[in-house]
Design a protein around this ligand. Sequence first.
Ligand SMILES: Cc1cc2nc3c(=O)[nH]c(=O)nc-3n(C[C@H](O)[C@H](O)[C@H](O)COP(=O)(O)OP(=O)(O)OC[C@H]3O[C@@H](n4cnc5c(N)ncnc54)[C@H](O)[C@@H]3O)c2cc1C
Length: 219
Amino acid sequence: MHFGQISALEIIHKIFEAEQVPVDTLPQLIADKKRLSGKILNLADYAEELIVRRELSMNFCFYNQLYDSAQCLPIWARKTLNDHLLDAREQQYSLDRLEEGETNDIYWNAAQKQMLSTGKMHGYMRMYWGKRLLAWCPSVDEAFEILLYLNNKYELDGRDVNAYAGVAWCFGKHDRPWAQRPIYGMVRYMNANGLKRKFDMNTYLAKVELLRGKDEILA
Ligand SMILES: Cc1cc2nc3c(=O)[nH]c(=O)nc-3n(C[C@H](O)[C@H](O)[C@H](O)COP(=O)(O)OP(=O)(O)OC[C@H]3O[C@@H](n4cnc5c(N)ncnc54)[C@H](O)[C@@H]3O)c2cc1C
């Protein structure tokens, strides 16, 4: 899709056809997602991301001229982050150290290294990877700039409209305020414990290590 070799519409038609579900039920399926399960829920979930999320990103970049900077964030997000501007940061890293995946956060480093090796990062890790920068940068403006730079330089699908919306989402766009906490204010927070609950992080770390080993052999 990023390189325009297949359209979202073609994918939608093919998967609905394969599942023998009439494609004109799509809006209803998305609206009823909470009541679905199994295969049909998977279909609705995928269609929701492919149509709703993706087109939300298109609308965002088309209508918001500030889409490539933290200026694009909603007022509540900018305000809450600015209210916490003076909170002590955990650590600060140079761009070089971030780029090489040399922080004190093993999970962040693994995500960065997966991206360096493959041009891809799991969607869930992308959110953690993005949000973590807030704890290390003096302001959201800088965090936004660095995240966009890394994403667009190394991700195969970087520079997509989804890239700008995804980066902005990490800092509150298309989201709502959550509980107050240091640095993040009311912007949704993600931490390593959440990762460990969702993923087998040890296997993820080992997998990324293996990728790095292969890179070294090729070099
Ligand atoms: C920090 C950060 C950076 C991101 N950078 C990019 C990027 O450079 N390019 C990019 O395409 N997406 C980006 N995203 C959005 C999202 O991570 C990807 O679209 C998704 O991971 C793609 O994986 P997939 O093709 O397996 O999606 P699937 O889960 O298989 O979904 C199917 C399709 O739905 C669309 N989709 C899924 N999730 C999203 C989403 N959150 N927003 C918009 N569309 C979505 C995509 O077109 C995707 O290919 C970013 C998200 C974050 C948090």
